[in-house]
Design a protein around this ligand. Structure first.
Ligand SMILES: Cc1cc2nc3c(=O)[nH]c(=O)nc-3n(C[C@H](O)[C@H](O)[C@H](O)COP(=O)(O)OP(=O)(O)OC[C@H]3O[C@@H](n4cnc5c(N)ncnc54)[C@H](O)[C@@H]3O)c2cc1C
Length: 467
């Protein structure tokens, strides 16, 4: 049986690895990657003595698939946690950096007193958010946007000042269009089970504290559940490549045509090469998969093409520590759209992970664009660099030019799970039932995070192997 995997990002590599791991007799696996390297969005480089992530910088351990894979690849001992100090985030408020209330995680507080004392919200806003404690459950009428849910439970102020930028940092999206069910369903479950999201969050924090793994002062994200590798996220890509048998992977081989001929799939590549396969896994951005499937199944292709994507740019900057007046006492900050600034967020990478930069240097990662500021990405690289520099000067008081900087653009890289996304994915999956030897993998369907992408690749491999 010949299987061709198209796309050498984390999803495609995980699919190819699972296929070879199966040790199925007679199985021949080929992975075709259009670019000159593997890893897709994952890219780690060395810059001025710093370990720099151009793409993703961490993964969630609560979704087990990447951690499990690392174990099977023999690199579990290279997994590192985020730094144990300064686990918190700031938010820009009226032009200045402001700490998030201690215990505020993603969408809701886990502690009440910091919500009362923070000057981030007005008294009206605080009172409105406290209504979550008494409000009834929402009516179960299908999908709801993340923005509508937060407004309903906590009010517009919490949404605009905190939740929108925190969500924007993950999905590069607009909360008023993103589906809660498809992005962070655990908040829906909390409401269904506990009615009040705050009560559920407080209970979870107390339970975690009892187990000895909950810090009440963490704010922003669950940093205790975020991990990386000592030499960066490229470690998992290198380990996957090292475990694939020789001859399986090929770069510079963009697939430009896919046709079904009887029981076979025929693939045509931009470099003139042709491949024949019994089974195909498309581990590609959904619109790329749509283009390849158009000749086979227009309806399926249209569903795939209807998943929109947002673009962003990441700028890594290295400064001398002595030239950064900010105390660097958190993991970074997020910027609400209502502040009308030119950046979405900034991660203090050399604080978030130890040993990412020499002691006398500071490594920052600035995010630009996303669904709410797509027009900024029309600017050229020089203009984006200038924007980032100006924002850091204004918000962190950094007057110096960076010692080093690198800009990475991610056009249409972040799928937007809009309201109705889960229904669309179910339709796509049911259409695929008529093609048992065709599978889709990647971030466009059931999770954008790296563990989800690993899972999607492994599931795709199992599907074409027959379950
Ligand atoms: C800036 C940024 C930061 C992120 N940060 C995090 C994070 O910290 N943690 C986290 O969990 N997630 C993060 N994500 C999300 C995560 O990185 C992605 O969802 C994931 O890497 C996608 O993997 P993939 O294999 O599905 O797709 P990709 O990485 O896009 O790989 C697809 C591959 O297919 C190739 N390809 C495309 N078309 C063809 C073709 N026709 N023929 C052959 N090859 C083709 C491409 O060259 C590419 O290599 C981030 C995303 C971005 C954009």
């Amino acid at each position: 049986m010949k299987v061709v995997v198209v796309g050498g990002g984390i999803a495609g590599l995980s699919a190819a690895h699972r296929l070879t791991e199966s040790k199925r007799p007679g199985l021949q696996v080929t992975l075709l990657e259009g670019a000159d390297r593997f890893g897709g969005t994952i890219r780690t480089i060395e810059l001025g003595g710093c370990l720099v992530e151009l793409g993703p910088d961490s993964f969630l351990s609560t979704k087990p698939w990447l951690t499990d894979l690392a174990g099977r690849l023999g690199v579990a001992d290279r997994i590192i946690p985020t730094a144990s100090t300064h686990r918190g985030a700031h938010v820009v408020h009226r032009g200045r950096l402001h700490p998030l209330p201690d215990g505020f995680l993603m969408m809701a507080p886990t502690r009440l007193w910091p919500m009362v004392t923070t000057s981030l919200f007005s008294w009206t806003g605080k009172f409105r958010s406290a209504l979550d404690l008494v409000l009834p459950r929402g009516c179960e009428s299908g999908d709801e946007s993340l923005g509508a849910f937060v407004r309903r439970r906590f009010g517009g102020e919490v949404l605009d000042r905190v939740v929108q930028p925190l969500i924007g940092g993950i999905y590069a999206g607009d909360p008023d269009t993103l589906s809660l069910k498809a992005t962070i369903p655990r908040f829906l479950e909390m409401e269904a089970r506990h009615r009040s999201v705050i009560k559920a969050m407080v209970a979870q924090r107390r339970a975690a504290a009892k187990r000895g793994n909950g810090s009440s002062s963490v704010s922003g994200a669950r940093y205790g559940e975020l991990f990386s590798f000592d030499r960066g996220m490229a470690t998992i890509v290198e380990a996957l490549l090292a475990h694939l048998p020789p001859g399986v992977v090929q770069t510079h081989t963009e697939v430009v045509g896919l046709h079904r001929e009887g029981n076979f799939w025929r693939l045509a590549c931009g470099n003139g090469r042709q491949f024949e396969a019994d089974a195909v896994i498309l581990a590609l951005p959904s619109r790329r998969a749509a283009a390849l499937l158009h000749g086979t199944d227009v309806e399926l292709a249209n569903e795939l093409a209807a998943i929109p994507h947002a673009s962003s740019a990441v700028m890594n900057l290295v400064y001398r520590r002595s030239e950064v007046p900010h105390p660097m006492d958190c993991f970074g900050f997020v910027v609400p759209a209502i502040e009308r600034r030119n950046i979405m967020a900034c991660t203090f990478s050399s604080v978030k992970f130890v040993d990412r930069a020499p002691e006398d240097l500071v490594l920052l990662r600035v995010f630009i664009g996303g669904a709410l500021q797509r027009e900024l990405l029309e600017s050229d690289d020089g203009a984006l660099q200038q924007m980032a520099g100006e924002e850091l000067r204004d918000l962190m008081g950094i007057e110096a030019e960076p010692l080093h900087s690198v800009l990475s653009r991610y056009p249409d890289a972040m799928p937007q799970y809009l309201v109705g996304h889960s229904g669309r994915v179910e339709r796509i999956e049911s259409m695929l039932e008529q093609y048992p030897r065709l599978a889709l993998a990647g971030n466009a369907y059931r999770g954008v995070g790296l563990p989800d992408c690993v899972h999607s690749g492994e599931q795709a491999a199992e599907r074409v192997l027959g379950g």
